[in-house]
Design a protein around this ligand. Structure first.
Ligand code: ZN
Length: 398
């Protein structure tokens, strides 16, 4: 997987044998600091002007960057470099338990075009639709697509990219990468959804998260997934399946059972399903309208519906309890929450922090919890990152 080097600690490479590293470093400066001049790149990297010019020439020829004119301060306008963002370079597939999105992105992680469909429990039907849309995008973009990144709600073996299990769809060892690669002729990278979202925060998140070396992303859906970023990289553990904190024990008597049937897990207390069950318990005594979707519950709460607010706040309390365990065990700089529940951040924010703070024993760093900075599509951004991060690999500017 992609490793990022902290520039504060790394010396910029000067040897020809590591010209590729310099190329990635320069490309990353253009991505993060652009529009930027050749002279400024030379200044901050301490590379020779001639080396910078050579590499910039290469990047211009391969179509990764383009030259634009800056504002003139009297004389000739300065020539600046910026990422070429006019065309699609990657396809992202965000396979969700209910909806699957297939979309294209440019080099900067901007979403260009998307199609979505209801995820079919039949693996073959779902994968055929993914392939159909991916091939349509590939054809439409005339060879500029370089690869496919895929985020899915399951366990992924890190060194092979094989999917081991997607519990909520009951798919065992689906051969995603292989089938999509053969049918599209494009390289395919696959990652667990929470890890993919964490990777996207690292590469495309706002600086308050992307500049942090150690953070945990908690992805709340029907279940709870966590992506642990340790020293600027995803922590994978043996088999690549680390981060299953959704099944840590929080208490007894949760409102629902987790995917594995336990009423004691974090998922059973703090997932979207847990919030919906609380809302149903509060409403069914009075009406038959207990059954709604989670986005509907969030909308109701935002409109001030007492019972919806109560269901979300109680769920937020248990999100906070789980986070207190993560903080005590891993001491991250930031814990990031992603998922539809983030739309109700103003309602749940205090509840999460108060519960996390009160459950932490003395002597630990203070609680720093924030919502994802990736907008409505954290896992789709994660799918994009799987392809894009490779281009900028090796460097972070902090
Ligand atoms: Zn469980």
């Amino acid at each position: 997987m992609v490793r990022r080097i902290n520039l504060k600690r790394a010396n910029v490479a000067r040897s020809n044998t590591i010209r590729d590293i310099n190329r990635q470093i320069i490309l990353n400066y253009v991505r993060e600091e652009g529009p930027i001049s050749r002279a400024d790149i030379a200044k901050i990297t301490a590379l020779q002007r001639s080396t910078v010019s050579l590499i910039v020439e290469e990047l211009l020829n391969t179509g990764l960057i383009e030259e634009i004119y800056g504002e003139s301060s009297g004389g000739r306008p300065p020539q600046l470099l910026s990422l070429k963002t006019s065309h699609a370079v990657a396809i992202g597939v965000d396979l969700g338990k209910k909806t699957t999105i297939v979309a294209t992105t440019d080099l900067s992680g901007r979403l260009i075009e998307q199609e979505e469909f209801t995820t079919d429990k039949d693996f073959n039907k779902t994968i055929d639709r993914v392939i159909e849309i991916a091939n349509h995008f590939k054809k439409k973009n005339g060879g500029s697509i370089e690869g496919i990144g895929m985020s899915l709600p399951g366990m992924v073996e890190s060194w092979t990219g094989d999917v081991l299990l997607i519990p909520h769809l009951d798919w065992h060892r689906p051969k995603f990468a292989e089938i999509v690669r053969q049918a599209t002729g494009l390289p395919v990278k696959i990652e667990n959804d929470a890890n993919a979202a964490a990777l996207a925060e690292l590469w495309f998140g706002r600086p308050e998260i992307s500049n942090v070396r150690d953070f945990i992303l908690v992805y709340i859906t029907n279940g709870i997934g966590t992506g642990v970023v340790f020293d600027g990289q995803i922590y994978r553990g043996k088999g690549g399946v680390a981060g299953e904190f959704g099944h840590m024990t929080i208490g007894t008597g949760a409102p629902i059972a987790c995917a594995a049937g336990s009423h004691n897990c974090w998922e059973a207390f703090a997932s979207e399903r847990a919030a919906l069950a609380r809302y149903a318990n509060l409403t069914t005594a009075h009406s038959s309208n207990g059954k709604i979707t989670f986005p509907e519950l969030v909308s109701l709460a935002m409109k001030g519906d007492d019972k919806a607010v109560a269901a979300l706040k109680e769920t937020a309390h248990y999100i906070g309890i789980g986070i207190s365990n993560l903080i005590q065990g891993l001491s991250p700089e930031v814990t990031v929450i992603a998922g539809t529940i983030v739309r109700a951040w103003l309602l749940i924010n205090e509840e999460i922090k108060a519960a996390a703070q009160s459950a932490i024993c003395q002597g630990y760093p203070s609680v720093n919890v924030m919502p994802s900075t990736l907008g409505s599509y954290p896992t789709l951004m994660g799918a994009f990152s799987l392809v894009l991060a490779d281009k900028f690999a090796s460097v972070t500017i902090t």
